[in-house]
Write a protein that binds this ligand. Structure first.
Ligand SMILES: [Zn+2]
Length: 149
């Protein structure tokens, strides 16, 4: 994977203050405010800072925790995990493997009905959703009717 390295000054120029606070200073957006909290659009969630693919919509589930939640990343090496003791408890911080930006935290064993029993709790502001294109792009071009079964 290509690593993305920028100076702090470059990140400040590229990102909005809100994005910078979360991605580069490990901040957390307020719950139930993020643009992707309840999004069900099919597509790929990319890193807001560098564009690397991080999550897919098919791993997103409704956790009702106030942030977009996934049960697994697209690829296990798309992210790096770091032990975070900042709040007096031990949590696992999730960062983008390509640019080392803060994404959120991952929690395990909470009892959600998901295949991994994990909740990847990710800030919306750390993500950019790339909606899936119209299906059937490999079919006959120009056809707009429903596909035959
Ligand atoms: Zn990134």
């Amino acid at each position: 994977m290509d690593k993305v390295t920028r100076t702090d000054e470059q990140w400040r120029e590229q990102l909005t203050p809100e994005e910078y606070a979360v991605l580069r200073q490990a901040g957390t957006e307020a719950p139930f405010t993020g643009e992707y909290t309840d999004t069900k659009t099919e597509g790929v969630y990319r890193c807001r800072a560098c564009g690397a693919e991080l999550f897919r919509s098919d791993a997103k589930f409704e956790s009702h925790c106030g942030w977009p939640s996934f049960y697994q990343p697209s690829e296990s090496d798309a992210v790096v995990l770091i032990e975070d003791r900042s709040l007096g408890t031990t949590r696992t911080e999730v960062r983008c493997a390509a640019c080392n930006s803060h994404l959120g935290h991952v929690f395990a064993g909470e009892g959600y009905d998901v295949p991994t029993d994990q909740r990847w709790c990710i800030n919306s502001v750390s993500l950019h959703l790339e909606p899936a294109g119209p299906s059937g792009s490999s079919g006959p071009s120009g056809s707009s009717g429903p596909a035959a079964p």
